[in-house]
Design a protein around this ligand. Sequence first.
Ligand SMILES: O=c1[nH]c(=O)c2nc[nH]c2[nH]1
Length: 475
Amino acid sequence: MAAPNKLFLGSFVHSKKLKEIESLHNAAVAVDSSGKIVAVEKDCSEGRARETVLPRLGWREDEVEVVRAADGQFFFPGFIDTHIHASQYPNVGIFGESTLLDWLKKYTFPLEASLADSTKARQVYTRVIRKTLSHGTTCAAYYATIDVPSTNLLADLCHTAGQRALVGRICMNQNSPDKYRDASVESAIADTRANIEHIRSIDPSMALVRPIITPRFAPACSVDLMRQLGALAKETGLPIQTHISENTAEIAFVGELFPPSVTGAADDTYAAVYDACGLLTERTILGHAVHLTDSEAELVARRKAKISHCPCSNSALTSGAAPVRRQFLDRGIACGLGTDMSGGYSPSVLEAARQAALVSRQVVLSGTVDGKREDGAALSVDEVLYLATRGGAEVVGLADKVGAFEVGMDWDVQLIGLNIVGEDGEVINGDGDGGDVDVFGWESWPNQVAKWVYNGDDRNTKKVWVKGRLVHERR
Ligand SMILES: O=c1[nH]c(=O)c2nc[nH]c2[nH]1
């Protein structure tokens, strides 16, 4: 049976631009049976919506499902996690004192290798999808593992659960454990193609799930492998995801492994290595980019590659504080947020937004970076929410499809609920499960949203839809 047309009523909050959040109250948004927004009406009561909007759309009242945001609730675009390792979820919060290269060896490679067990993979991936949806993540750029069947399974599970996803089979053929690496460049390419074919078979129009070419990071890939993956991306037009300049030891290792004589690059910088291999494209998502030099950032901007800022992980693994404004935003580089679970300790993009705001203040406090003052580095609530939604949409190549309430976009949305505190100090609305965000009634809308950003969690995410389909409801 076709999904019904839907009419959403109440308050809507979304980013218009990087520095501008818009709140619409007493508004109506109509969503057709394919999940597309077909009308956005400001100052529109339910009665007016029924009298004018529905007839204009040719919709019969009795065929329309009406969803109302109650007092203390508002609709907000779904979050986009631009960098998340689905396979690492069981390790979330487990990183000890390690930094990137020893963390990979001690915690990460053994866990990823173990997911070749299909029972374990199903258990972990099912949980990851449920968990991220419950935190309002409507779209995720997932790294899986090198194993084809379980990576295919992740794609299947996203498709069934209704989560929009980019799913990547990891490629790594050097500086990796003997039992967890691609046997050859040929097998890595063949396995990547097999994963691409599988995803095309379950979602031929890539409406929900699409493949993404995934060289893990330069140290784990030979030049030949990176070049062939660059060629595959060109041949297929598919996006690419990888890591760049996360940690200073990693960057030094890249310099040792890939001198210009090996890559043919102009220099031995990390970005130049990827560029020489055809991996720096306008469809490339670069995770981290904490320590890019100015000339690397300029190269990234020229190639129109995108950046996933992963503040939780950058702090947890002591990688550094990325100067987001100076290096990315001021250069016009598209930037979104990544949880980078389990380098990051949380599956929540809201947590990543909060940490992006806090880490940006650490960048200010650091005074100077490379002799440059960082006074303007602090990111506002409006800016981190932009990165979590519209910025992320641009990073994953869906800027015209998701991230805001605009006619023509898909209804990928979360319903947020906050506690309203009555005169007796008790919460007077909701289901008694409203989390930590208490609203007293005198806060402006921007301040209510700020309270959600700094104190909210999955208890505030009451419902989640992707392409108009309800994919999570908090019980
Ligand atoms: O945060 C990270 N997580 C990883 O799994 C990884 N692999 C390479 N570089 C990485 N960084």
